[in-house]
Design a protein around this ligand. Structure first.
Ligand code: ADP
Length: 528
């Protein structure tokens, strides 16, 4: 039991009606009740909200919950109010409130009635709010969607960077950070930026065994392919993500014309239409929502059966988050992404207008998406590796749930090539990213290689009996196997690991999957 000797099981039943904690919830709650800084990394649907809602409800004082989206906060406040007889148990504090409403919120907090106060990060920077919060008892501060603090996350929000400074002004209150997307780099960033490297970290597995992952080459027939796919899933709910509003409109129309009940959703539609379309989807008046990434944050529809990406996403974090909306009830969830290198170039072009640092990060994240799309190994293993998790692609849960595993590409012995590759990385002394490593192997010169005079080395061109595509594929597989690692801080410098050094000494079999061949076709203009 926690230091406060509260029976949290009883409280769980009392407030939420659940008889058991889910996953790591109990440990998280006990840590927070012990007033320790706590960091929670759980995939969407893991039950993060309860990790701060329950401790807030049963402790003295008010918990401040920082959340990036007003709509999300409103849902949460409604949910909490439904658990209590008092409306004042939860409030939102933001600039849309009238003076009278603000006075009521303050009164409820001061009287000890309010257990959860939801604020957007920009509201928390207001001096008058901070001054008020300094006069009341704060149980803890919860930072929801904590990855917004990191430029390496998929949803960087600069206002999150001020949080540490503001929380410090509130006195010595514990912090709980929560996120559903955290690569090791983002995790490190969160802990550093919230100044809580001492936090106890709880990380749940990101494996979603019921999701099936598939990548198809994007051709000019993509629309008929999507229509066929949806017709095979007749009457089931699904989301189609596109990168532009124009494409959203066009695809929604094509689907409608083909007898599929679909509505568009993007930020360019007025709020009323957006709300109507969202409700239609939730109430099952339509089967399919065609949307930009504006759709989905906080959508808790348990039986979404497929998530299609018409265009590749900007990062694997976004991809994981978006596909995570499928199969939340544990049932079938088909995640289909269409891939074309042209889309990558489009995204790169789009990013080229941004500040240099942002561009570099954007390119590095995009490269990982390309690697995912092009890989011929277990997609689940690839994804989980990206999130710092090792997955057993033979016996792991859901191991057979992807296209690459179901239809394996031919495997070939590549032991000699792995050694060649590892030696080149070792002997070029961790100077290069994937591209230059591969160029060194095939003996191609570029400015970077010239600058380091690698073209004068004896090993330059030692792997010229295979082409660039082969070496890129091998390099990716060797990375995932852990013989090499990629340093994200330097935007992708490839390094050899101890495991890799061992491999050179004690060579063992390495079966490489041959990569896909992509026949790209022009994406035709859509006729609507
Ligand atoms: P997340 O924020 O991690 O995406 P949520 O907090 O929205 O997850 O929780 C996902 C679902 O799990 C919700 O429907 C919630 O009611 C349910 N849930 C949370 N904790 C429990 C529990 N202990 N027992 C049963 N269901 C739970």
């Amino acid at each position: 039991m926690n230091s406060n000797e509260i029976d949290i099981h009883q409280e769980l039943k009392k407030y939420f009606g659940f008889s058991q904690f889910k996953g790591l919830q109990e440990q998280v709650i006990n840590t927070l009740l012990n007033k320790e800084n706590t960091f929670v990394i759980m995939p969407t649907g893991g039950g993060k909200s309860l990790c701060y809602q329950l401790p807030a409800l049963i402790q003295e004082g008010t918990a401040i919950v920082v959340s990036p989206l007003i709509a999300l906060m409103k849902n949460q406040v409604d949910a909490i109010r439904s658990l209590s007889t008092e409306n004042g148990v939860a409030h939102v504090l933001n600039s849309s409130l009238t003076k009278t409403e603000i006075a009521q919120v303050k009164k409820d907090i001061t009287s000890g009635l309010t257990k959860l106060l939801y604020v957007a990060p920009e509201s928390l920077t207001k001096e008058e709010y901070v001054a008020f919060l300094q006069t009341v008892t704060i149980s803890f501060v919860a930072i929801d969607e904590a990855h917004c603090i990191s430029e390496w996350g998929h949803d960087f929000r600069p206002e999150y960077r001020n949080l540490k400074h503001i929380i410090k002004q509130l006195g010595d209150v514990p912090i709980i950070g929560l996120t559903a997307t955290a690569t090791p780099k983002v995790q490190e960033d969160i802990l550093k930026n919230l100044d809580m490297t001492d936090a106890t970290t709880f990380k749940a597995s990101f494996n979603r065994p019921n999701l099936y992952y598939e990548v198809r080459t994007k051709t000019k027939n993509i629309e008929s392919d999507i229509i066929r796919f949806i017709k095979q899933h007749k009457g089931k709910s699904g989301i189609i993500y596109c990168l532009s509003r124009k494409k959203v409109e066009a695809i929604a129309e094509v689907l409608q014309v083909n007898g599929i009940s679909a509505v568009p959703y993007h930020a360019g539609l007025d709020a009323k239409t957006r709300a109507r379309h969202q409700d239609m989807f939730l109430m099952e008046d339509v089967d399919v929502v065609v949307a930009t990434i504006a759709f989905g944050m906080g959508i808790d529809k348990p039986d979404v059966r497929f998530v299609i990406h018409h265009d590749i996403p900007k990062s694997l974090e976004s991809y994981y988050q978006e596909t995570g909306r499928a199969g939340r009830d544990g049932g079938e969830g088909h995640c289909l992404a269409y891939y074309s290198y042209k889309d990558v170039e489009k995204l790169e072009k789009f990013m080229s207008g941004k500040p240099v640092a942002e561009q570099e990060i954007g390119f590095a994240l995009l490269q990982e998406v390309v690697a995912y799309a092009e890989t011929s190994m277990s997609r689940r293993r690839f994804l989980l590796h990206y999130f710092g998790e090792e997955f057993d692609d033979v016996n792991g849960e859901g191991a057979d749930m992807d296209d690459n595993v179901r239809n394996p590409k031919t495997k070939v012995e590549a032991i000699d090539q792995v050694v060649q590759l590892l030696e080149v990385v070792r002997d070029t002394k961790h100077l290069y990213k994937s591209k230059e490593v591969v160029f060194t192997l095939i003996g191609r010169v570029n400015a970077v290689i010239k600058a380091h005079r690698t073209d004068t080395q004896s090993f330059f061109g030692c792997g010229s009996d295979h082409d660039e595509k082969y070496w890129m594929a091998l390099l990716r597989q060797v990375l995932v196997a852990g013989y090499l690692s990629k340093d994200i801080e330097t935007y992708g410098i490839v390094k050899i690991t101890n495991k890799g050094l061992n491999f050179i000494k004690n060579r063992e079999s390495f079966m490489m999957s041959e990569d896909h061949e992509y026949n790209e076709t022009e994406d035709e203009a859509i006729v609507t």
